[in-house]
Design a protein around this ligand. Sequence first.
Ligand code: DAH
Length: 356
Amino acid sequence: MKELDALRSELMTAVKDAAGLDELEQIRVSALGKKGRITGLMRGLGAMNPEARKEAGQALNALKNEVAEAIEAKKRTSADSELDARLTGERVDVTLPVRPESQGCIHPISQTIDEVVAILGEMEFSVAEGPDIEDDWHNFTALNIPPDHPARQEHDTFYLPGSGDDDRLVLRTHTSPVQIRTMMETKPPIRIIVPGRTYRCDYDATHSPMFHQVEGLVVDESTHMGHLKGCLIEFCRAFFDMDDLPVRFRPSYFPFTEPSAEVDIGCTREGGEFRIGHGDDWLEILGCGMVNPKVLENCNIDPAKYQGFAFGLGIERMAMLKYGIPDLRTFFESDLRWLRHYGFSAFQVPSMVGGL
Ligand code: DAH
């Protein structure tokens, strides 16, 4: 018994003086672990006679519980004080002013593409893509623009050096070749839009050698001009966020559509001020038409069974009109002051999509 009293007071003092969680754990192992001192004494019980074993067993059990409880209690207070020490040591002063950090913003071209895709996506178009470097056949011939066609001159094409005359490689002059790629790869019904970069050798306030277009293509068994008109009127009104925006279709010519049309929206130009909406003037914004049967045939689609409509619009032009940006070249000058002025917050849900 004396021996136990001495062990008790030794262990209790050690627990009381322990400096932290690690030290407490060491004490626990040395007393109560597999090779611990109390465990060792308990093992010795077996060799005692029943009377002595009962008495010693009770005393050892009491000591074991007492030490275990003391260790647990001390562990709790140690953990609390260790946390307190950390909290005071690592205090954060939330009243300090924030560091001057600049936030990036979305380029108006990306924003405009997102808006166009959001509106047409709601109309169940899916997005398709194609290569920037095209061959002559996809960019021109399959679209019913044969080699001697005047439309080829209008495109101010960048030809890649080294490619042969028959099937020259070009930087695509429009997104229309993706119509061909899609029709060659998939069977109707087709309902796609194609946002992407396009290239023409031209540079002034309304032209840049690299610019962006969005192409649209629908091919199905009963597609007609009414679908084309409904889709594009809806699109223009949603894009410019004006439910009653006047939209008109003016006859035009594109080799890959028949009939072809240009879409104008209403505007006013009074006293040097330009405004989209009601007025007595019109502004051309995109080209469209019913897919020329020759184009369907070039893609092995039977024009007796399928019809389609297509459209193409210039992203820079749409962005300039919607956001009042006067010079197209500024889109690509990488001037951060310009971008901060015309850019969009990355944390805004695609906005300005009216009517949806
Ligand atoms: N590819 C034409 C261009 O770049 C735009 C265009 C007009 C596309 C009419 C079309 C369309 O799909 O039907 O000028």
